[in-house]
Design a protein around this ligand. Sequence first.
Ligand SMILES: N[C@@H](CCC(=O)N[C@@H](CS)C(=O)NCC(=O)O)C(=O)O
Ligand SMILES: *[C@@H]1O[C@H](CO)[C@@H](O)[C@H](O)[C@H]1NC(C)=O
Length: 242
Amino acid sequence: MADQGEVKLLKTWSSLFGLRVVWALKLKGIPYESVDEDLTNKSDLLLQYNPVHTKVPVLIHNGKSICESLVILEYIDETWSQNPPRLLPRDPIQRASARFWAKFMDEKVNLELLELLMAQALPSMWQAFTKEGREQEEGVASIAENLKLLEAELEGKKFLGGEEIGIPDFALGWLVNLVPVFEEILGLKIVDEERHPSLSEWSRRISDIPVIEESWPPRDKLVTKWAAIRDHFLATARASSG
Ligand SMILES: N[C@@H](CCC(=O)N[C@@H](CS)C(=O)NCC(=O)O)C(=O)O
Ligand SMILES: *[C@@H]1O[C@H](CO)[C@@H](O)[C@H](O)[C@H]1NC(C)=O
């Protein structure tokens, strides 16, 4: 195999964006050095290599940095194009579709799930979570709309990209682990077998991939972390609304 060069990944123990890159590197069999950042005390390396956003993940390949998880995934696919699996299809129409869905995950699904957890970023969500019963169900319904779209997209398919795992699957993959964590904290069901059979099937298929299964952050640590983040957001929101 050709020399991989020096590959270093800046991430955190829990970063869902970082996980996308971990999976891509591991599935393609690319050896790399992993550096866990403390985001409350960012390293000089992070400030130097991602001065624009100072966010993880950052991939450093032979001293050059690549930022933004979806951009990193494409870089990995192009740089190690000989290593299967191929993360973006060859066909331009299919490539466009893969990029479209990856963007959809970031702009809609992932964001709305975080907003649901925080119940603060959107006034409508805030309302849903400070009120009871029917209105809370309506807050959940807006996320349900996006999940329904994904359910339809996945129907009859193994992966979002088709037969093989691809970039949109990486973009959505964190859902498999984090949705149950959010469900536990919120005490409600977001994804279920009955309403989301294809999504549930896809979740199982994703978690059965050994490289993915072995890379999840510890569940109890995640529950503690996200519950604390949520409490902090809710307290701040209450304080600022008097
Ligand atoms: N769009 C970015 C998002 C990355 C991101 O939000 N990273 C978080 C950790 S999960 C971060 O580094 N936050 C540090 C900060 O905002 O200062 C990507 O896809 O890479
Ligand atoms: C911040 O990180 C540096 C090393 O990168 C370390 O020397 C320092 O003690 C850390 N500061 C705090 C407050 O954790």
